[in-house]
Ligand binder design. Structure first.
Ligand SMILES: Cc1cc2nc3c(=O)[nH]c(=O)nc-3n(C[C@H](O)[C@H](O)[C@H](O)COP(=O)(O)O)c2cc1C
Length: 342
């Protein structure tokens, strides 16, 4: 089979295996305790959730994270997800555009996102950390993107039979990208978290946006294991850095560093806690995809509406009338997370 066709089918298989996955890991947000405020000096109607992201104002600090593109099937998914992104004026990233570098037919499955969202919304391109500067510019042009995500996914590649095995030179490649690409570059994981040491190395070479994409949600070891019948990887499904731990360890590396919290974000409480712990933006992947595919657009839309409304409820209950105030909310760390942080 031609490599492009394998890649297109792989994207569909990822979704199928994601929907079948059952193994449960934890983000450890459950170990963050936030106190209730019975005397919030504010008017609920005046709560301001707006934030600045990649040079534009967005209505909520919530984004739809990178998932799909390439085929007709994923064009439909991207269309539905971008309708939600437009409705609530939140950012959206597309899935890996590697296919689009070689196959022009695939472009429409990505372009649909800009067509649906329009010029005012934030849209983010996506390629791997190996991508060249020309490839990154090409991928961004397809979407008229506001920035690009470069994904780091060694765990996924190593479980994938046809995956990459040589991870040398990625940091140097990213460093070069930062100086050559005008738009913001976000370095992201795909669900295994990023350690403090890695974020420090990224920050040193100029990376200012990191999506930690930690453990607790989508599990690409399990997904790739489902596609690989040569070996059973189920004994390492627990691998990775829980999202809350990754966030705590990386948030104070630089004042100019913006962290996107993602990986296992399901509820407005996860979003609230991410913001209180220092995230600039919070990404949702698998949960909204599952709602969309299994229950349809209306349910996915209602889910986003609920997340947003309940985020405002929780902001009120911490006495925060905007995101800046929310970030000053005190919190306590308990249980397993406390042991790991210490
Ligand atoms: C079906 C599927 C496909 C994905 N494809 C990509 C991708 O192409 N590029 C990427 O950077 N991340 C990809 N991701 C990872 C997500 O962007 C996110 O980092 C990860 O799923 C953790 O978030 P979640 O637990 O909310 O899903 C994909 C996730 C899913 C569920």
């Amino acid at each position: 089979m031609e490599k492009d066709i394998i890649r297109k089918d792989r994207k569909k298989e990822h979704i199928e295996h994601y929907l079948k996955s059952t193994y449960r890991n934890y983000t450890l947000f459950e170990d963050i305790y936030i106190e209730h405020n019975s005397l919030p000096e504010l008017n609920f109607a005046e709560i301001d959730t707006r934030t600045n992201f990649l040079g534009k104002v967005v209505e909520y600090p919530i984004m739809i994270n990178a998932m799909t593109g390439g085929t007709e099937f994923s064009r439909e998914i991207n269309r539905e997800l971008s309708k939600i992104a437009k409705k609530y004026n939140i950012p959206m990233a597309v899935g890996s555009q590697t296919i689009a570098l070689k196959n022009k037919d695939s472009h429409k499955s990505f372009k649909i996102v800009r067509e649906t969202i329009g010029n005012n919304g934030v849209i983010i391109a996506n390629l791997s950390g190996y991508a060249s500067v020309e490839e990154a510019k090409y991928a961004m042009d397809i979407l008229d993107a506001d920035g690009i995500q470069l994904h780091l996914n060694p765990a996924q590649e190593l479980v994938m039979r046809e995956g990459d095995r040589d991870f040398k030179g990625i940091l140097e490649n990213i460093a070069n990208m930062i100086t050559s690409v005008e738009k913001p570059v976000i370095v992201k994981e795909v669900g295994f978290g990023i350690s403090r040491d890695v974020v420090q190395r990224l920050h040193k070479v100029g990376v200012r946006y990191v999506d930690i994409s930690g453990k607790g949600g989508t599990n690409f070891i399990e997904i790739e294991d489902g596609r690989n019948d040569e070996m059973d990887f189920s004994d390492i499904y627990s691998w990775g850095i829980p999202t809350a731990l990754s966030l705590i360890q990386c948030k104070d590396i630089g004042e100019d560093l913006k962290i996107i919290s993602s990986g296992g974000i399901k509820t407005s409480l996860d979003i609230l806690k991410s913001l209180i712990l220092g995230a600039h933006m919070v990404g949702i992947g698998g949960m909204i995809l599952r709602k969309l595919i299994e229950d349809g657009y209306e349910v996915a839309d209602k889910y986003m509406e609920g997340l947003i409304y309940k985020l405002k409820v929780l902001m009120a209950l911490t006495g925060s009338k905007n995101i800046e105030e929310l970030k000053n909310t005190p919190y306590k760390i308990k249980g397993v997370l406390k042991d790991l942080v210490e």
